[in-house]
Design a protein around this ligand. Structure first.
Ligand code: AMP
Length: 185
């Protein structure tokens, strides 16, 4: 299992779908999996953009992970989003070894550019810079935690054409797979 991390506007879903389409790994989008399996109050909470409780989220992920054939690597997108969610990855509830983290990096100006081009109502500069701030507060302690656990973290430059960024991601996935194989032998 590879943890896929990146700021809003990084093109994470697009890249993850390419990874899956081309057979490098199976993409699990936590947001998508939650949306597909929840209803009622929890669904409303989701639509409001509020984070759901850890047990609900790990329950849905666990089911999705178990459905993937063991020979297929998993690219987990959207988890962990809080430090409290890190633990689950290293419990027997997760049948997969975390072989690494793939972190897409994008300069703030580039995030601003990309999100403002999308032209959504909530994409005014102040809201965007607030989202960037929140993202950093959310993700920095998590990245630090992975590093402390000696889980390899690969930084991928997210600036460039789609295929260019894809090549970097593909290379990073291969590197993590090789590292895990060497470790196992
Ligand atoms: P996303 O598609 O990643 O924007 O996620 C959509 C919604 O799913 C979020 O607004 C949250 O309510 C919920 N969600 C996704 N990932 C998580 C997570 N790791 N922890 C808690 N809630 C999550």
């Amino acid at each position: 299992m590879i943890i896929f991390i990146g700021p809003p506007g990084a093109g994470k879903s697009l890249q993850a779908s390419l990874v899956e389409e081309r057979g490098a790994a199976k993409w699990i989008s936590v947001g998508k999996a939650l949306r597909a399996s929840l209803s009622g109050e929890l669904k409303e909470k989701m639509d409001e953009g509020e984070l759901l409780d850890d047990a609900t989220v790990t329950g849905v992920i666990s089911e999705a992970v178990h459905a993937v054939p063991v020979e297929q690597k998993i690219l987990l997108d959207g988890f962990p989003r809080k430090e409290s969610q890190l633990d689950w990855l290293f419990t027997p509830d997760n049948p997969r070894q975390v072989i690494g983290v793939l972190n897409i990096e994008l300069p703030d100006e580039e995030i601003m550019n990309r999100l403002s081009k999308r032209g959504r109502v909530d994409d005014d500069p102040e809201t965007i810079s607030h989202r960037i701030q929140l993202y950093k507060e959310e993700i920095n302690p998590i990245l630090e935690h992975f590093e402390n656990l000696h889980v390899p973290v690969i930084q991928v430059d997210g600036v460039g054409e789609i295929e260019e960024v894809y090549k970097r991601i593909q290379f990073a996935i291969e590197t993590l797979k090789k590292g895990a194989e060497e470790h196992a032998n």
